[in-house]
Ligand binder design. Structure first.
Ligand SMILES: Nc1nc2c(ncn2[C@@H]2O[C@H](COP(=O)(O)OP(=O)(O)OP(=O)(O)O)[C@@H](O)[C@H]2O)c(=O)[nH]1
Ligand SMILES: [Mg+2]
Length: 394
């Protein structure tokens, strides 16, 4: 009993305790549940956060990639542009010539077209107008008169009556006149060894032409040397050395003020020792008067004759086309003091006076061998009559 009694209250206490315990447990469980819930929420929030960051990271990455792709595209486009700039479409010689002669062609062709359109029949006035166009394009008075006389005779002979047929006839007459002089427009460089003496007044383009020529011969597989015979100023020697570097050709030079003939002498010795195919010699253009010019050049010619008699010789006179009829006068003076064997006419790209070539060939009977149509290393061409006429009258 006692036991029971004892037990009973005990049981009661126990019950209370248990209840309390249960309550506590429930509370704890509740708390735990809350915590769990919170934990779940936390996890969910964290997960969301992670997702969000991942998403934004992705977005950022995608954007970044997009941007960098865009940048890459831009860079690629720029690269392509640079490549295009660096390596423009390889133009044919004729296309380059056409480009270089744009000013001359626009001037001559537009005027001729205008004249021929304004006439219903071919009469003397039409010939007078054509004559004026040719003279203003620096074809030269004498050459123009010969051309117009020939054209008039041809029109009569072939009974041509349509003004628009005159253009083709004029082109043909120019070609015929230039061919009449039977000049050889090829450079004298065969057989090797050869020496090219480049002469001309200052600023016409001698040094530039030498650089372009050296490049051309080198590309043809020839062994080339350059002699810096313009010792008038240090900058001239440096300029030539720069061109030598560009063309990959050695330059034999002395210092400023040295005797030009001594430089040519050394150039010849070097050309012999190195078995060069072609030696190209620069000379000074600043020669104050005719006797000075003659003395200077004669000394160079004597050295060349004595030291390199076996060499094929070319005396190339460089003329600046932009000076028009003045170029004709220079050609006359130089041919009085030296046996000029060919002309290089430069800067045709910068002038409408390209017609001067016709006068140089037909009046002075000196063959034009090279034409300069720009400042770049590739902008030098052999002179071909047919192409030239086609390029100036379209
Ligand atoms: N546009 C154009 N410029 C040219 C051509 N040839 C030469 N030039 C330019 O003409 C200028 C004079 O050329 P140079 O080669 O220095 O002339 P140079 O006869 O050696 O002159 P000096 O040594 O002073 O007597 C340079 O600015 C050249 O770039 C050409 O065919 N076209
Ligand atoms: Mg020079």
């Amino acid at each position: 009993m006692f036991k029971w009694f004892k037990k009973k209250p005990k049981k009661k206490e126990e019950i209370i305790e248990r209840e309390e315990l249960i309550e506590e447990v429930e509370e704890v469980e509740e708390l735990e549940e809350i915590e769990e819930l919170e934990e779940v929420e936390k996890i969910e929030v964290e997960e969301e956060l992670v997702e969000e960051t991942e998403e934004s990271e992705e977005v950022r990455l995608v954007e970044q990639i997009g941007e960098s792709l865009d940048i890459e595209d831009e860079v690629e486009e720029e690269k392509e542009e640079v490549v295009e700039e660096k390596a423009p479409k390889k133009l044919s010689l004729f296309e380059k010539l056409m480009g270089g002669l744009t000013k001359t062609r626009n001037d001559i062709s537009n005027k001729i077209d205008g004249i021929l359109k304004s006439y219903k029949k071919i009469d003397e006035e039409l010939f007078d107008d054509l004559e004026e166009v040719l003279v203003t394009a620096d074809v030269g008075v004498n050459t123009t008169m010969t051309l117009i006389d020939n054209l008039r005779a041809r029109v009569k002979e072939e009974r041509v009556s349509e003004p628009n047929e005159v253009k083709e006839l004029l082109k043909d007459e120019i070609k015929k006149l230039m061919a009449e002089s039977k000049l050889n427009n090829k450079l004298n460089v065969e057989p090797s060894p050869a020496i090219i003496l480049v002469v001309g007044v200052n600023g016409v383009g001698k040094t530039t032409t030498i650089g372009k020529l050296a490049h051309r011969f080198k590309n043809e597989g020839k062994k080339v040397l350059i002699a810096a015979g313009d010792t008038f100023r240090a900058a001239a020697i440096e300029q030539l050395e720069e061109w030598g570097n560009r063309a990959g050709v050695d330059v034999i030079s002395h210092s400023e003020g040295a005797d030009p003939a001594a430089v040519i002498f050394d150039g010849i010795q070097a050309a012999k020792a190195r078995k060069a195919d072609i030696l190209i010699c620069d000379t000074a253009g600043r020669l104050h008067n005719k006797s000075n010019l003659m003395n200077e050049l004669n000394k160079i010619f004597r050295i060349t004759e004595r030291e390199y008699s076996e060499a094929t010789k070319e005396v190339l006179l460089v003329l600046d086309a932009t000076t028009g009829q003045n170029a004709m006068n220079q050609a006359k003076v130089f041919s009085e003091v030296a046996n000029i064997t060919g002309i290089a006419l430069t800067k045709l790209d910068g002038t409408a006076k390209g017609g001067v070539i016709i006068a140089l060939q037909s009046e002075l009977k000196i063959p034009v061998k090279l034409v300069g149509v720009g400042e770049g290393i590739e902008d030098l061409q052999p002179f071909i009559v047919e192409d030239f006429v086609e390029a100036i009258i379209k």
